[in-house]
Design a protein around this ligand. Structure first.
Ligand code: PGA
Length: 245
C-alpha cells in the first residue's frame, strides 16, 4: 500500500512563509512516490491552496466543526474547508482532546462531517504516558478507535502516543508494531472487511533520522509529522523513505 506522509503545521506560519514552505515541498513532490498532505493553520489555507494547485500535494486543515453551519462563533465547518481547496482534515488530535476536552464522540461527529463534505478525515488516537505506564495503552487506544471512527469510515487513523509528540521520544519499533496491529484489529472489528485496507499512520517525533525505521514497521501506512514538517528539507527526507506502493 502506498504510504501517506502528512505534515501538521499546528499554529505556525504566517501566509508568506507558509506559501514558501508549500512551494518548496510541491517543487520536489514529482520525484516522490508516496502520497503527500500538508495541513497549515486556517489562515494560511487559501495562500497554500494557490501554491499547491496542480501539484501532487494535498491540502488539509487541522480541525473542523461537526455541524455543516450554524451559530458557532470562531469555528470552521467542513464544507468551508472543501470550498477553500482542502481534501482532508485532521480530527481528534491529542492537543484538541487535551486542551479543549474533545471526546471521542465529538471526534466521530467531526469525522462524519468531514466525509459529508468529501474530506478525508485523519482521526488521531494515542495514549498518555500515565496510561502507558499503567499498562493500559492498548486498551485506551482500542477504545478511542471504536468510539472515534464512524460507520462507513474511509479516512485514515493516526496513532500518536501523547508522550511522543514534540518530545523527541518514540516508542520502540516493537511497541509501534504491536499498537498498529491492535488498531488494525479494532478497525476490522468496527468496520468489518473495510477496516482491513485503511491506512494507519504513526505520529510523534518522526524525523528524517528515524523515519525509515518507523515506516518499515508492519501496518504503518505512513507518518503524521509535526515539528519536522516545518522544514521542507527534513519533511522531504521523510517522504523520500516512504513506500510508493
Ligand atoms: P511531532 O508532532 O512530530 O512534533 O511530535 C506530531 C503531531 O502532533 O502530529
Amino acid at each position: 500500500m502506498r504510504q501517506l506522509v502528512a505534515g501538521n503545521w499546528k499554529m505556525h506560519k504566517l501566509r508568506g512563509p507558509a506559501a514558501a514552505l508549500a512551494r518548496a515541498i510541491a517543487a520536489d513532490s514529482p520525484v516522490l512516490g508516496c502520497d503527500l498532505l500538508i495541513c497549515p493553520p486556517f489562515t494560511a489555507l487559501a495562500a497554500v491552496a494557490a501554491v499547491l494547485r496542480g501539484s501532487r500535494v494535498a491540502l488539509g486543515a487541522q480541525d473542523c466543526h461537526a455541524a455543516e453551519s450554524g451559530a458557532f462563533t470562531g469555528d470552521i465547518a467542513a464544507p468551508m474547508l472543501a470550498d477553500i481547496g482542502c481534501s482532508a482534515v485532521i480530527v481528534g488530535h491529542s492537543e484538541r482532546r487535551q486542551y479543549y476536552g474533545e471526546t471521542s464522540a465529538q471526534v466521530r461527529a467531526k469525522a462524519v462531517a468531514a466525509a459529508a463534505a468529501a474530506l478525508m478525515a485523519v482521526v488521531c488516537v494515542g495514549e498518555s504516558e500515565a496510561e502507558r505506564d499503567a499498562g493500559r495503552a492498548a486498551e485506551v487506544v482500542r477504545a478511542q478507535v471504536m468510539e472515534s471512527v464512524p460507520d462507513g469510515f474511509e479516512g485514515v487513523v493516526a496513532y500518536e502516543p501523547v508522550w511522543a509528540i514534540g518530545t523527541g521520544r518514540t516508542p520502540t519499533l516493537d511497541d509501534v508494531a504491536a499498537m498498529h496491529a491492535a488498531i488494525r484489529q479494532a478497525l476490522r472489528h468496527r468496520l468489518g472487511l473495510d477496516g482491513a485496507g485503511l491506512r494507519i499512520l504513526y505520529g510523534g517525533s518522526v524525523k528524517a533520522q528515524n523515519a525509515a525505521a518507523l515506516l518499515a514497521v508492519p501496518e504503518v501506512g505512513g507518518a503524521l509529522v509535526g515539528g519536522a514538517s516545518l522544514d521542507s528539507g527534513e519533511f522531504l527526507r521523510i517522504a523520500a523513505v516512504a513506500r510508493r506502493g
